[in-house]
Design a protein around this ligand. Structure first.
Ligand code: IMP
Ligand code: MG
Length: 336
């Protein structure tokens, strides 16, 4: 069975936390990473320990799982090798031999570009210029890099074989719908599509293989970098609500806003989402923080969840009430 988890807003919806919860709980055999590359930063917090990740699948805490990086994902070998060493995942990570490679020159081009770093507000991680070179067919691939040799694999083969044998596969995306090169707020987007369909391409499986698509929405969405944000609130208001955040990769302050139901409907449609995960409900009120039963959530939060279900017309099956992966309400048994 294959599940895809995708961001429904502008990234930073809390996907890392949701993935780590789901993997620990559901124990998939393979956890595969889709998405753009090391422009993403996922934070996993488990039993008080913080794991900031950029290329390693966020489900790595599940010790038995095979971890894979799909061919569509850009790899910065320095970033990946450092994470492999720090997390001790040498024996179970696989990198598709066709992953595109980010080199120093791409990072320089990204940071120096008035258009990318200036106008668009890119993360400066070299992803845009690397994807430009990929479209130009001049980008190096993982199989060209000596230091990646021990990890090279054919990700589509591994995943499709596992599916055939009845195993469970979890695919985690990065960024979010609003940053899609095709459907996001162009030109203020990333260098690739970011939706569930793209995730299938990234890891090399066909759309008929997918059982579930979980779209993640943050109660108060955020956005880093430039671009439209129709429901944005002021920095002062965000501070007053105590919901101000800073980027994991860039350290830049994130703009915050209220929930955009129209955007949620649209991204749910494009992703053919079968379930919704709502994160950061503790941003509504402190009393909902760390709550593990639905009935204990404040009436304000429950009214919000009802409104999401009514307007988006897809069940909210998962609710995150805090940053630790154990701060989760799982309603899948009741609602599916
Ligand atoms: P790039 O992907 O570095 O080229 O940046 C393009 C735009 O996407 C900028 O607005 C970035 O802030 C945004 N972006 C890229 N990756 C992420 C992410 O993982 N979370 C949030 N924003 C992102
Ligand atoms: Mg992030």
């Amino acid at each position: 069975m294959v599940t895809i988890l995708v961001g429904g807003q502008w990234g930073d919806e809390g996907k890392g936390k949701m993935v780590s919860y789901l993997c620990k709980n559901d124990r998939p055999d393979i956890i595969a990473k889709a998405g753009v590359g090391p422009n993403a930063g996922h934070t996993v917090i488990y039993q008080g320990k913080r794991y900031p990740l950029r290329l390693t699948p966020s489900g790595f805490l599940l010790e038995k799982a095979r971890l894979l990086i799909g061919a569509g994902v850009l790899v910065n070998p320095d970033v990946l090798l450092e994470e492999i060493k720090n997390l001790g995942i040498q024996k179970r990570i696989g990198v598709d031999m066709r992953c595109g490679i980010i080199e120093k020159e791409h990072i320089e081009r990204d940071k120096k570009s008035d258009h990318l770093a200036g106008k668009i507000g890119s993360t400066g991680t070299g992803c845009g210029p690397a994807n430009i070179d990929r479209a130009n067919r001049s980008l190096k691939q993982a199989q060209d890099i000596e230091a990646l040799k021990p990890y090279l694999t054919d990700v589509p083969h591994e995943i499709n074989d596992a599916i055939k044998r009845g195993k469970d596969v979890f695919i985690e995306c990065s960024q979010g719908f609003g940053l899609s090169l095709f459907y996001g707020t162009y030109p203020f987007v990333t260098s690739k599509d970011t939706n569930a369909g793209m995730a299938c391409v990234d890891v090399g499986i066909g759309p008929k293989k997918i059982k579930d698509v979980i779209v993640v929405f943050k109660s108060f969405p955020s956005r880093v970098g430039a671009g439209p944000f129709p429901t944005m609130i002021s920095e002062k208001e965000a501070k007053r609500l105590g919901i101000q955040e800073f980027g994991t990769v860039t350290g830049r302050p994130r703009r915050a806003g209220t929930f955009d139901f129209e955007m949620a409907r649209y991204s749910t449609m494009i992703n053919s989402a079968s379930q919704i995960a709502v994160t950061c409900v503790d941003y509504f009120d402190k009393e909902s923080r760390g709550v593990k039963e639905y009935e204990r959530l404040s009436s304000k939060v429950r009214a919000f969840i009802d409104e999401v279900e009514k307007k988006v017309e897809v069940p909210v099956t998962l609710i995150s009430t805090g940053p630790d992966l154990e701060d989760t309400i799982d309603l899948r048994k009741e609602k599916l």
